[in-house]
Design a protein around this ligand. Structure first.
Ligand SMILES: Nc1nc2c(ncn2[C@@H]2O[C@H](COP(=O)(O)OP(=O)(O)OP(=O)(O)O)[C@@H](O)[C@H]2O)c(=O)[nH]1
Ligand SMILES: [Mg+2]
Length: 455
Protein backbone atom coordinates (compact mmCIF):
# COMPACT_ATOMS: atom_id res chain seq x y z
CA UNK A 1 0.00 0.00 0.00
CA UNK A 2 1.28 3.50 -0.78
CA UNK A 3 2.42 5.56 2.18
CA UNK A 4 0.24 8.38 3.43
CA UNK A 5 1.03 11.89 2.23
CA UNK A 6 0.03 15.27 3.57
CA UNK A 7 0.19 18.84 2.27
CA UNK A 8 -1.44 22.20 2.53
CA UNK A 9 -3.93 22.35 -0.35
CA UNK A 10 -4.61 26.08 -0.15
CA UNK A 11 -2.05 28.91 -0.58
CA UNK A 12 0.23 29.79 2.29
CA UNK A 13 -0.83 32.99 4.02
CA UNK A 14 -3.85 34.17 5.94
CA UNK A 15 -7.33 33.35 4.70
CA UNK A 16 -10.79 32.50 5.93
CA UNK A 17 -10.22 28.80 5.54
CA UNK A 18 -7.10 26.75 4.92
CA UNK A 19 -7.27 23.13 3.83
CA UNK A 20 -4.83 20.37 4.73
CA UNK A 21 -5.11 17.26 2.62
CA UNK A 22 -4.11 13.80 3.73
CA UNK A 23 -4.14 10.80 1.37
CA UNK A 24 -3.21 7.14 1.78
CA UNK A 25 -3.98 3.98 3.67
CA UNK A 26 -3.39 5.51 7.11
CA UNK A 27 -5.25 8.77 6.46
CA UNK A 28 -8.26 7.79 8.49
CA UNK A 29 -6.28 6.46 11.46
CA UNK A 30 -4.10 9.54 11.56
CA UNK A 31 -7.15 11.80 11.49
CA UNK A 32 -8.81 9.82 14.26
CA UNK A 33 -5.80 10.24 16.52
CA UNK A 34 -6.07 14.00 16.06
CA UNK A 35 -9.74 14.03 17.00
CA UNK A 36 -9.44 11.91 20.11
CA UNK A 37 -11.57 14.27 22.14
CA UNK A 38 -14.48 13.98 19.70
CA UNK A 39 -17.16 11.38 20.06
CA UNK A 40 -18.65 11.80 16.59
CA UNK A 41 -17.59 9.32 13.93
CA UNK A 42 -15.97 10.00 10.57
CA UNK A 43 -18.48 9.09 7.91
CA UNK A 44 -17.59 9.02 4.23
CA UNK A 45 -18.52 12.17 2.29
CA UNK A 46 -19.88 13.94 5.30
CA UNK A 47 -18.39 17.25 6.39
CA UNK A 48 -18.41 17.54 10.16
CA UNK A 49 -17.03 19.91 12.76
CA UNK A 50 -14.37 18.35 15.00
CA UNK A 51 -11.90 19.62 17.56
CA UNK A 52 -8.43 18.90 16.25
CA UNK A 53 -5.83 18.38 18.92
CA UNK A 54 -2.14 17.74 19.14
CA UNK A 55 -1.71 13.96 19.46
CA UNK A 56 1.03 14.29 22.09
CA UNK A 57 -0.09 17.14 24.33
CA UNK A 58 -3.83 16.81 23.61
CA UNK A 59 -3.83 20.61 23.30
CA UNK A 60 -6.63 21.80 21.00
CA UNK A 61 -5.17 23.19 17.75
CA UNK A 62 -8.40 24.34 16.10
CA UNK A 63 -12.01 23.48 15.43
CA UNK A 64 -12.12 22.27 11.85
CA UNK A 65 -14.57 20.84 9.37
CA UNK A 66 -13.27 17.40 8.49
CA UNK A 67 -14.37 15.47 5.41
CA UNK A 68 -13.54 11.85 4.83
CA UNK A 69 -13.51 10.51 1.27
CA UNK A 70 -13.39 6.75 1.40
CA UNK A 71 -11.34 4.93 -1.23
CA UNK A 72 -11.87 4.68 -4.14
CA UNK A 73 -14.35 7.58 -4.26
CA UNK A 74 -11.80 10.35 -3.74
CA UNK A 75 -9.54 12.62 -5.76
CA UNK A 76 -6.57 10.26 -5.45
CA UNK A 77 -8.55 7.05 -5.35
CA UNK A 78 -7.17 6.42 -1.85
CA UNK A 79 -8.64 7.26 1.53
CA UNK A 80 -8.51 11.05 1.74
CA UNK A 81 -9.10 13.35 4.70
CA UNK A 82 -9.52 17.08 4.25
CA UNK A 83 -9.18 19.35 7.26
CA UNK A 84 -10.80 22.71 6.58
CA UNK A 85 -9.23 24.79 9.36
CA UNK A 86 -9.21 28.49 10.09
CA UNK A 87 -6.77 29.98 7.61
CA UNK A 88 -3.95 30.83 9.97
CA UNK A 89 -0.48 29.77 8.83
CA UNK A 90 0.33 28.78 12.43
CA UNK A 91 -2.68 26.48 12.78
CA UNK A 92 -2.14 24.94 9.37
CA UNK A 93 1.51 24.25 10.12
CA UNK A 94 0.53 22.58 13.40
CA UNK A 95 -2.02 20.36 11.66
CA UNK A 96 0.52 19.33 8.99
CA UNK A 97 3.13 18.73 11.71
CA UNK A 98 0.73 16.55 13.68
CA UNK A 99 0.04 14.43 10.57
CA UNK A 100 3.78 14.07 10.00
CA UNK A 101 4.38 12.97 13.56
CA UNK A 102 1.61 10.41 13.20
CA UNK A 103 3.37 8.78 10.27
CA UNK A 104 2.40 10.72 7.16
CA UNK A 105 5.08 12.26 5.00
CA UNK A 106 5.15 15.56 3.08
CA UNK A 107 3.71 15.18 -0.43
CA UNK A 108 5.98 15.83 -3.41
CA UNK A 109 4.83 18.37 -6.00
CA UNK A 110 1.91 16.93 -7.93
CA UNK A 111 1.88 13.73 -5.89
CA UNK A 112 -1.87 13.80 -5.21
CA UNK A 113 -2.49 14.05 -8.97
CA UNK A 114 0.11 11.37 -9.67
CA UNK A 115 -1.75 9.01 -7.34
CA UNK A 116 -5.02 9.89 -9.02
CA UNK A 117 -3.39 8.92 -12.31
CA UNK A 118 -1.95 5.69 -10.89
CA UNK A 119 -5.36 4.73 -9.51
CA UNK A 120 -7.11 5.38 -12.81
CA UNK A 121 -9.04 8.42 -11.60
CA UNK A 122 -7.85 10.47 -14.55
CA UNK A 123 -5.51 10.25 -17.50
CA UNK A 124 -2.29 12.19 -17.84
CA UNK A 125 -3.72 14.95 -20.03
CA UNK A 126 -6.47 15.47 -17.48
CA UNK A 127 -3.98 15.71 -14.62
CA UNK A 128 -1.95 18.23 -16.60
CA UNK A 129 -5.14 20.19 -17.18
CA UNK A 130 -5.59 20.61 -13.43
CA UNK A 131 -2.12 22.14 -13.23
CA UNK A 132 -2.93 24.42 -16.18
CA UNK A 133 -6.26 25.37 -14.69
CA UNK A 134 -4.61 26.47 -11.47
CA UNK A 135 -1.99 28.46 -13.38
CA UNK A 136 -4.37 29.96 -15.96
CA UNK A 137 -4.38 33.73 -16.17
CA UNK A 138 -7.32 34.43 -18.45
CA UNK A 139 -10.86 33.15 -18.86
CA UNK A 140 -10.01 31.69 -22.25
CA UNK A 141 -7.18 29.59 -20.84
CA UNK A 142 -9.36 28.49 -17.94
CA UNK A 143 -11.97 27.38 -20.44
CA UNK A 144 -9.40 25.36 -22.36
CA UNK A 145 -8.04 23.74 -19.22
CA UNK A 146 -11.51 22.81 -18.02
CA UNK A 147 -12.25 21.12 -21.32
CA UNK A 148 -9.01 19.19 -21.12
CA UNK A 149 -9.69 18.27 -17.51
CA UNK A 150 -13.01 16.82 -18.56
CA UNK A 151 -11.33 14.47 -20.98
CA UNK A 152 -11.45 16.40 -24.24
CA UNK A 153 -7.93 15.37 -25.20
CA UNK A 154 -8.67 11.65 -25.02
CA UNK A 155 -11.97 12.31 -26.74
CA UNK A 156 -10.11 13.92 -29.65
CA UNK A 157 -7.40 11.30 -29.86
CA UNK A 158 -9.34 8.10 -29.24
CA UNK A 159 -10.97 7.79 -32.70
CA UNK A 160 -7.59 8.36 -34.33
CA UNK A 161 -5.95 5.77 -32.13
CA UNK A 162 -8.74 3.28 -32.83
CA UNK A 163 -8.35 3.81 -36.54
CA UNK A 164 -4.58 3.37 -36.32
CA UNK A 165 -5.03 0.18 -34.36
CA UNK A 166 -7.50 -1.11 -36.98
CA UNK A 167 -4.94 -0.55 -39.70
CA UNK A 168 -2.23 -2.17 -37.63
CA UNK A 169 -4.44 -5.24 -37.22
CA UNK A 170 -4.99 -5.47 -40.99
CA UNK A 171 -1.27 -5.24 -41.68
CA UNK A 172 -0.34 -7.62 -38.89
CA UNK A 173 -2.72 -10.25 -40.17
CA UNK A 174 -1.44 -9.78 -43.71
CA UNK A 175 1.97 -10.50 -42.26
CA UNK A 176 0.71 -13.61 -40.51
CA UNK A 177 -1.55 -15.22 -43.01
CA UNK A 178 -0.98 -13.97 -46.54
CA UNK A 179 1.74 -15.66 -48.49
CA UNK A 180 1.94 -13.02 -51.18
CA UNK A 181 2.02 -9.27 -50.80
CA UNK A 182 -1.09 -7.22 -50.12
CA UNK A 183 -3.07 -6.47 -53.30
CA UNK A 184 -2.76 -2.91 -54.67
CA UNK A 185 -6.34 -2.06 -53.88
CA UNK A 186 -5.73 -2.81 -50.20
CA UNK A 187 -2.60 -0.74 -50.13
CA UNK A 188 -4.40 2.23 -51.68
CA UNK A 189 -7.18 1.91 -49.19
CA UNK A 190 -4.79 1.77 -46.23
CA UNK A 191 -2.74 4.72 -47.48
CA UNK A 192 -5.89 6.73 -47.82
CA UNK A 193 -6.99 5.92 -44.30
CA UNK A 194 -3.54 6.75 -42.95
CA UNK A 195 -3.58 9.99 -44.83
CA UNK A 196 -6.88 10.93 -43.22
CA UNK A 197 -5.34 10.27 -39.79
CA UNK A 198 -2.31 12.33 -40.70
CA UNK A 199 -4.46 15.28 -41.79
CA UNK A 200 -6.44 15.23 -38.57
CA UNK A 201 -3.30 15.09 -36.48
CA UNK A 202 -1.81 17.96 -38.44
CA UNK A 203 -4.92 20.03 -37.92
CA UNK A 204 -4.68 19.35 -34.20
CA UNK A 205 -0.99 20.29 -34.13
CA UNK A 206 -1.75 23.52 -35.98
CA UNK A 207 -3.95 24.72 -33.12
CA UNK A 208 -0.87 24.92 -30.90
CA UNK A 209 0.12 28.34 -32.17
CA UNK A 210 -2.99 29.93 -30.70
CA UNK A 211 -3.25 27.47 -27.83
CA UNK A 212 0.17 28.31 -26.53
CA UNK A 213 -0.51 31.99 -26.88
CA UNK A 214 -3.61 31.69 -24.72
CA UNK A 215 -1.79 29.73 -22.10
CA UNK A 216 1.64 31.29 -21.91
CA UNK A 217 0.95 34.73 -23.30
CA UNK A 218 3.52 37.10 -24.67
CA UNK A 219 6.43 38.98 -23.22
CA UNK A 220 6.29 42.48 -24.65
CA UNK A 221 9.12 44.97 -24.07
CA UNK A 222 9.02 48.72 -24.58
CA UNK A 223 12.43 49.95 -25.69
CA UNK A 224 13.96 53.07 -27.19
CA UNK A 225 16.08 56.13 -26.46
CA UNK A 226 15.43 58.15 -23.28
CA UNK A 227 12.42 60.44 -23.11
CA UNK A 228 10.52 59.04 -26.09
CA UNK A 229 7.62 58.08 -23.80
CA UNK A 230 8.17 54.40 -22.97
CA UNK A 231 6.96 54.77 -19.41
CA UNK A 232 4.05 56.93 -20.54
CA UNK A 233 3.00 54.24 -22.99
CA UNK A 234 3.49 51.56 -20.33
CA UNK A 235 1.08 53.46 -18.08
CA UNK A 236 -1.37 54.10 -20.91
CA UNK A 237 -1.54 50.41 -21.81
CA UNK A 238 -2.02 49.42 -18.18
CA UNK A 239 -4.51 52.17 -17.52
CA UNK A 240 -2.70 53.21 -14.35
CA UNK A 241 0.13 55.50 -13.34
CA UNK A 242 2.48 52.67 -12.53
CA UNK A 243 5.78 54.02 -13.87
CA UNK A 244 7.37 57.37 -13.04
CA UNK A 245 7.20 59.76 -15.97
CA UNK A 246 9.27 62.96 -16.17
CA UNK A 247 10.76 65.08 -18.90
CA UNK A 248 14.21 64.20 -17.61
CA UNK A 249 16.05 61.79 -19.89
CA UNK A 250 17.04 58.68 -17.99
CA UNK A 251 14.06 58.57 -15.62
CA UNK A 252 13.56 54.83 -15.76
CA UNK A 253 16.53 52.87 -14.52
CA UNK A 254 15.17 49.60 -13.31
CA UNK A 255 12.73 47.50 -15.27
CA UNK A 256 9.07 47.38 -14.47
CA UNK A 257 6.97 44.30 -15.19
CA UNK A 258 3.19 44.29 -15.20
CA UNK A 259 0.51 41.90 -16.40
CA UNK A 260 -2.36 42.82 -18.63
CA UNK A 261 -4.62 40.96 -21.00
CA UNK A 262 -5.42 41.94 -24.54
CA UNK A 263 -8.41 40.05 -25.91
CA UNK A 264 -7.82 37.13 -23.59
CA UNK A 265 -4.10 36.95 -24.32
CA UNK A 266 -2.00 37.30 -21.17
CA UNK A 267 0.72 39.87 -21.72
CA UNK A 268 3.74 40.61 -19.56
CA UNK A 269 4.58 44.20 -20.32
CA UNK A 270 8.08 45.44 -19.55
CA UNK A 271 9.18 49.06 -19.30
CA UNK A 272 12.91 49.51 -19.75
CA UNK A 273 15.61 52.12 -19.24
CA UNK A 274 16.19 54.37 -22.26
CA UNK A 275 19.01 53.17 -24.49
CA UNK A 276 21.94 55.59 -24.57
CA UNK A 277 25.62 55.88 -23.74
CA UNK A 278 25.93 56.99 -20.16
CA UNK A 279 28.57 57.38 -17.48
CA UNK A 280 26.04 56.96 -14.71
CA UNK A 281 26.67 53.57 -13.13
CA UNK A 282 23.07 52.84 -12.16
CA UNK A 283 21.71 53.94 -15.51
CA UNK A 284 24.27 51.91 -17.44
CA UNK A 285 23.23 48.76 -15.59
CA UNK A 286 19.64 49.60 -16.56
CA UNK A 287 20.67 50.00 -20.20
CA UNK A 288 22.44 46.65 -20.11
CA UNK A 289 19.26 45.07 -18.74
CA UNK A 290 17.21 46.70 -21.47
CA UNK A 291 19.39 45.06 -24.09
CA UNK A 292 18.97 41.67 -22.50
CA UNK A 293 15.21 42.13 -22.30
CA UNK A 294 15.11 43.04 -25.98
CA UNK A 295 16.81 39.76 -26.82
CA UNK A 296 14.42 37.79 -24.67
CA UNK A 297 11.02 39.32 -25.51
CA UNK A 298 8.42 37.83 -27.87
CA UNK A 299 7.55 41.30 -29.11
CA UNK A 300 9.71 44.39 -28.95
CA UNK A 301 8.03 47.75 -29.26
CA UNK A 302 10.68 50.13 -30.56
CA UNK A 303 9.64 53.66 -29.63
CA UNK A 304 10.70 56.87 -31.27
CA UNK A 305 9.71 60.47 -30.73
CA UNK A 306 7.87 61.98 -33.69
CA UNK A 307 8.88 65.51 -32.67
CA UNK A 308 12.53 64.65 -33.05
CA UNK A 309 13.42 64.97 -36.71
CA UNK A 310 16.74 63.25 -36.15
CA UNK A 311 15.02 60.10 -34.89
CA UNK A 312 16.20 56.98 -36.70
CA UNK A 313 16.01 53.27 -36.27
CA UNK A 314 19.74 53.25 -35.56
CA UNK A 315 20.22 51.53 -32.27
CA UNK A 316 17.52 48.99 -33.01
CA UNK A 317 19.74 47.05 -35.42
CA UNK A 318 20.24 44.27 -32.96
CA UNK A 319 16.52 43.57 -33.12
CA UNK A 320 17.02 41.99 -36.50
CA UNK A 321 14.72 39.00 -36.86
CA UNK A 322 12.70 39.62 -33.71
CA UNK A 323 9.05 40.61 -33.75
CA UNK A 324 9.51 44.35 -33.75
CA UNK A 325 6.81 46.97 -33.89
CA UNK A 326 8.16 50.43 -34.68
CA UNK A 327 6.25 53.21 -33.06
CA UNK A 328 6.31 56.98 -33.38
CA UNK A 329 5.01 58.48 -30.16
CA UNK A 330 3.72 61.96 -29.26
CA UNK A 331 1.72 62.49 -32.46
CA UNK A 332 -0.45 64.92 -30.49
CA UNK A 333 2.44 67.40 -30.74
CA UNK A 334 2.72 67.53 -34.55
CA UNK A 335 0.30 67.88 -37.42
CA UNK A 336 -0.77 64.86 -39.43
CA UNK A 337 1.45 65.74 -42.41
CA UNK A 338 4.60 65.97 -40.34
CA UNK A 339 3.77 62.71 -38.61
CA UNK A 340 3.29 60.97 -41.94
CA UNK A 341 6.42 62.43 -43.44
CA UNK A 342 8.50 61.16 -40.56
CA UNK A 343 6.70 57.84 -40.63
CA UNK A 344 7.65 57.49 -44.31
CA UNK A 345 11.28 58.22 -43.57
CA UNK A 346 11.43 55.79 -40.66
CA UNK A 347 9.40 53.22 -42.58
CA UNK A 348 11.90 53.33 -45.42
CA UNK A 349 14.75 52.68 -43.05
CA UNK A 350 13.04 49.95 -41.08
CA UNK A 351 11.30 48.41 -44.10
CA UNK A 352 8.16 48.40 -41.96
CA UNK A 353 5.74 51.31 -41.53
CA UNK A 354 5.81 52.56 -37.93
CA UNK A 355 2.56 52.96 -36.04
CA UNK A 356 1.61 56.46 -34.95
CA UNK A 357 0.51 56.79 -31.35
CA UNK A 358 0.12 59.21 -28.53
CA UNK A 359 0.63 57.86 -25.05
CA UNK A 360 -0.89 61.10 -23.85
CA UNK A 361 -4.21 61.01 -25.71
CA UNK A 362 -4.42 57.26 -26.26
CA UNK A 363 -4.49 57.70 -30.01
CA UNK A 364 -3.38 54.57 -31.87
CA UNK A 365 -3.34 52.28 -28.84
CA UNK A 366 -6.01 49.95 -30.27
CA UNK A 367 -3.96 49.51 -33.46
CA UNK A 368 -0.94 48.81 -31.31
CA UNK A 369 -2.75 46.10 -29.36
CA UNK A 370 -3.88 44.50 -32.58
CA UNK A 371 -0.34 44.60 -33.97
CA UNK A 372 1.04 42.91 -30.84
CA UNK A 373 -1.11 39.81 -31.10
CA UNK A 374 -1.53 39.55 -34.86
CA UNK A 375 1.59 37.55 -35.79
CA UNK A 376 0.77 34.94 -33.15
CA UNK A 377 -2.78 34.11 -34.07
CA UNK A 378 -3.44 31.24 -36.44
CA UNK A 379 -5.46 32.02 -39.56
CA UNK A 380 -8.52 30.03 -38.59
CA UNK A 381 -11.02 31.53 -36.19
CA UNK A 382 -9.10 31.86 -32.95
CA UNK A 383 -10.14 30.93 -29.43
CA UNK A 384 -13.04 28.72 -30.31
CA UNK A 385 -12.78 25.01 -30.74
CA UNK A 386 -10.31 22.66 -29.19
CA UNK A 387 -6.68 23.72 -28.98
CA UNK A 388 -3.43 22.06 -28.04
CA UNK A 389 -1.77 24.30 -25.49
CA UNK A 390 0.96 22.10 -24.06
CA UNK A 391 4.36 21.87 -25.77
CA UNK A 392 4.66 18.24 -24.69
CA UNK A 393 1.41 17.32 -26.43
CA UNK A 394 2.34 19.30 -29.50
CA UNK A 395 5.69 17.59 -29.77
CA UNK A 396 4.16 14.12 -29.45
CA UNK A 397 1.53 14.84 -32.09
CA UNK A 398 4.13 16.26 -34.44
CA UNK A 399 6.30 13.18 -34.03
CA UNK A 400 3.38 10.86 -34.60
CA UNK A 401 2.57 12.73 -37.83
CA UNK A 402 6.13 12.03 -38.99
CA UNK A 403 5.78 8.35 -38.18
CA UNK A 404 2.48 8.07 -40.05
CA UNK A 405 3.97 9.97 -42.97
CA UNK A 406 6.93 7.66 -43.29
CA UNK A 407 4.68 4.62 -43.03
CA UNK A 408 2.58 5.92 -45.92
CA UNK A 409 5.75 6.33 -47.97
CA UNK A 410 6.98 2.85 -47.15
CA UNK A 411 3.59 1.41 -47.99
CA UNK A 412 3.60 3.12 -51.37
CA UNK A 413 7.08 1.83 -52.05
CA UNK A 414 5.74 -1.65 -51.31
CA UNK A 415 8.19 -2.11 -48.46
CA UNK A 416 7.58 -5.05 -46.20
CA UNK A 417 4.72 -4.82 -43.75
CA UNK A 418 7.16 -5.16 -40.90
CA UNK A 419 8.84 -1.80 -41.48
CA UNK A 420 5.56 -0.08 -42.23
CA UNK A 421 4.14 -1.43 -39.01
CA UNK A 422 7.07 -0.16 -37.00
CA UNK A 423 6.16 3.46 -37.78
CA UNK A 424 2.49 2.87 -36.99
CA UNK A 425 3.29 1.27 -33.66
CA UNK A 426 5.52 4.24 -32.89
CA UNK A 427 2.75 6.67 -33.79
CA UNK A 428 0.32 4.84 -31.53
CA UNK A 429 2.81 4.83 -28.67
CA UNK A 430 3.49 8.55 -29.07
CA UNK A 431 -0.21 9.36 -28.98
CA UNK A 432 -0.55 7.12 -25.94
CA UNK A 433 2.06 9.19 -24.15
CA UNK A 434 -0.24 12.19 -24.28
CA UNK A 435 -2.85 10.52 -22.15
CA UNK A 436 -0.26 8.57 -20.20
CA UNK A 437 -1.00 5.01 -21.30
CA UNK A 438 2.49 4.55 -22.66
CA UNK A 439 4.40 7.08 -20.60
CA UNK A 440 7.52 5.89 -18.79
CA UNK A 441 8.07 6.32 -15.06
CA UNK A 442 10.85 8.88 -15.70
CA UNK A 443 8.60 10.94 -17.89
CA UNK A 444 5.85 10.97 -15.28
CA UNK A 445 8.25 12.14 -12.60
CA UNK A 446 9.40 14.94 -14.87
CA UNK A 447 5.88 16.03 -15.70
CA UNK A 448 4.62 15.97 -12.15
CA UNK A 449 7.58 17.94 -10.88
CA UNK A 450 6.03 20.93 -12.69
CA UNK A 451 3.02 20.76 -10.37
CA UNK A 452 2.88 22.58 -7.07
CA UNK A 453 2.82 20.84 -3.74
CA UNK A 454 -0.65 20.01 -2.54
CA UNK A 455 -2.03 19.31 -6.03
N1 LIG B 1 2.72 65.42 -25.60
C1 LIG B 1 3.12 64.20 -25.27
N2 LIG B 1 4.07 64.01 -24.36
C2 LIG B 1 4.46 62.77 -24.07
C3 LIG B 1 3.88 61.63 -24.69
N3 LIG B 1 4.47 60.54 -24.17
C4 LIG B 1 5.38 60.96 -23.28
N4 LIG B 1 5.39 62.32 -23.21
C5 LIG B 1 6.25 63.14 -22.34
O1 LIG B 1 7.60 62.82 -22.64
C6 LIG B 1 8.40 62.89 -21.45
C7 LIG B 1 9.14 61.60 -21.25
O2 LIG B 1 8.22 60.55 -21.00
P1 LIG B 1 8.60 59.19 -20.30
O3 LIG B 1 7.41 58.32 -20.42
O4 LIG B 1 9.19 59.43 -18.99
O5 LIG B 1 9.72 58.70 -21.32
P2 LIG B 1 10.66 57.41 -21.22
O6 LIG B 1 10.86 56.93 -22.60
O7 LIG B 1 10.10 56.45 -20.25
O8 LIG B 1 12.00 58.02 -20.70
P3 LIG B 1 13.20 57.33 -19.86
O9 LIG B 1 12.60 56.57 -18.74
O10 LIG B 1 14.01 58.48 -19.41
O11 LIG B 1 13.94 56.47 -20.81
C8 LIG B 1 7.44 63.22 -20.32
O12 LIG B 1 7.49 64.60 -20.08
C9 LIG B 1 6.09 62.84 -20.87
O13 LIG B 1 5.04 63.57 -20.32
C10 LIG B 1 2.86 61.87 -25.67
O14 LIG B 1 2.30 60.95 -26.29
N5 LIG B 1 2.52 63.15 -25.93
MG1 LIG C 1 10.82 55.70 -18.53
Amino acid sequence: MADTIVALATPTGRSGIGVVRLSGGDARDIAKKMMSGSTAALEPRRARLFSISDPETSEIIDDAVVTYFKAPASFTGEDVIEFACHGSPVILRQVVDACLRLGARMAEPGEFSLRALANGKMDLAEAEAIRDLINARTTASVRQAVRQMRGEMSHQLQPLKDELLDIIVVLESALEFVEDDLPDSNIDDISERLNAIKLKLEALAATFKTGRLLREGLKVALVGPPNVGKSSLFNALLGSERAIVTDIAGTTRDQLHEQLTVDDIPISLIDTAGLRQTDDVVESIGVERSRRTMADADVVIALMDVTDETQTVNGFEELDGANVIYLLNKIDLVDRETAERIAQAVGGEASQMPLLVSAKTGDGLEELKRAIKEPFIADDAPFSGWMISDARHHDLIRRSVEEVESSIMLLKQRSSEEITLLGLHNALRLLGEITGETTTEDMLTRIFSTFCIGK
